[in-house]
Design a protein around this ligand. Structure first.
Ligand SMILES: Cc1ncc(COP(=O)(O)O)c(C=O)c1O
Length: 360
């Protein structure tokens, strides 16, 4: 017998993010700033006494207590893991699988589809409208035909940056008994959240990450908040000690000092609005209004070329122009004011050159 992976795995491509080096790195929606000195000092002190020879607390209790205070939810409603990707995967391991279906509203965060494929969960995707708002008529029609086992939505949505209304999510929660997973990876950059609904709706799960506003992409910490019955099922598929001792320690310290991070979040939001206004001033550029720390935009020219020309100027953004529903679109993360200026200057330069070339 020759060895072979399950058929759905054989047909998959491994996730690869090209490690492209660039002076201005605006492609992964991370925070542009390292942690404040006070937090780094607290971490150094805590790490000095970590017992590396011992397993970490399997329940990550101290971190979960801090999360439950931060999000104002019960301790038993919180699970933590190695990034929100792990939390999403655990949800699919418990509630997806062969013969089960996932509903997504596309375009959205691609890992949901990827995890569905890994877990053999069939995906039904309902396209968003042209302005990236949900097509409620189409969604209702689909829900009349199939009852998915999981509905995944990212709110605000990656890569569009747009926000689904709370009333839309409430309507979904009331219309179906399906598990609705709301990924609030960018929740700190917008005014709304549905975390408070997790204690009213047994079919709601919210996923959050420490990788964006909380500046901990390198530590890999994610959170799941849900009703106790959901948490109990997800706990069964979560591997023991899924969050290492360093990440538990660091994330706890970051949360205890979280007020130190809020001014920078406000700055990102202000910069986001400024960058969008600047983008809109450029002839032919369309920038999608965003509630996140990034902006989706397109120019009158082919997306791949603009992406490459920016890279030649040492500015790395994310190219979505070959993705379904996103033809020609590019996504830029909001960085420091200086980085944003460099991006805008490089983009103007690239577009000026293109305009001239197209007139010759
Ligand atoms: C919507 C969304 N969810 C989850 C993640 C993954 O976050 P983590 O680093 O916590 O795995 C990302 C990362 O870009 C994201 O955009």
């Amino acid at each position: 017998m020759s060895i072979s992976a399950r058929e759905n795995i054989q047909n998959l491509r491994a996730y690869e993010t090209p490690q492209i080096k660039a002076r201005i790195k605006l492609n992964s929606n991370e925070s542009p700033w390292p942690l404040p000195d006070k937090i780094i000092e607290d971490i150094e002190r805590a790490v000095a006494v970590v017992e590396f020879n011992r397993y970490p607390d399997a329940s990550s209790r101290i971190l979960r207590e801090e999360v439950s205070r931060w999000l104002r939810v019960g301790l038993d409603n919180v699970l933590v893991g190695s990034g929100s990707n792990e939390m999403i995967q655990c949800v699919f391991l418990a509630f997806g699988g062969k013969g089960r279906t996932l509903m997504t509203f596309v375009p959205t965060y691609s890992m949901a589809s990827k995890i569905a494929a890994i877990t053999d969960t069939e995906e039904i995707s309902v396209p968003l409208k042209e302005d990236f708002s949900p097509d409620i008529r189409k969604i209702v029609k689909q829900l009349e035909q199939v009852t998915p086992h999981i509905i995944y939505m990212c709110n605000p949505n990656n890569p569009t940056g747009t926000l689904f209304r709370r009333s839309f999510i409430m309507k979904l929660l009331e219309m179906t008994e399906t598990l609705v997973v709301v990924d609030e990876a960018y929740g700190e950059f917008c005014p709304t959240s549905v975390i408070d609904l997790t204690n009213r709706h047994a079919n709601l799960a919210v996923v959050k990450t420490f990788s964006k506003a909380l500046r901990l992409a390198g530590a890999r910490v994610g959170v799941l908040v849900a009703s106790e019955p959901i948490v109990k099922e997800v706990q069964k598929v979560k591997l023991p000690y899924n969050l290492n001792i360093l990440s538990q320690t660091i994330a706890t310290i970051v949360l205890r000092n979280r007020t130190l991070l809020w001014p920078a979040i406000k700055e990102i939001v202000e910069e986001r609005e400024r960058v969008r206004r600047e983008l809109e001033k450029i002839e032919g550029v369309v920038a999608v209004p965003s509630q996140t720390n990034f902006i989706l935009f397109k120019t009158p020219f082919e997306g791949n070329t603009i992406y490459e020309e920016l890279l030649r100027r040492d500015v790395l953004i994310r190219n979505f122009s070959n993705y379904p529903y996103l033809k020609g679109y590019l996504r830029v993360t909001i960085g420091t004011k200086e980085e944003n200026q460099e991006f805008l200057a490089a983009l103007k330069d690239v577009l000026d050159n293109r305009m001239w070339a197209s007139r010759l």
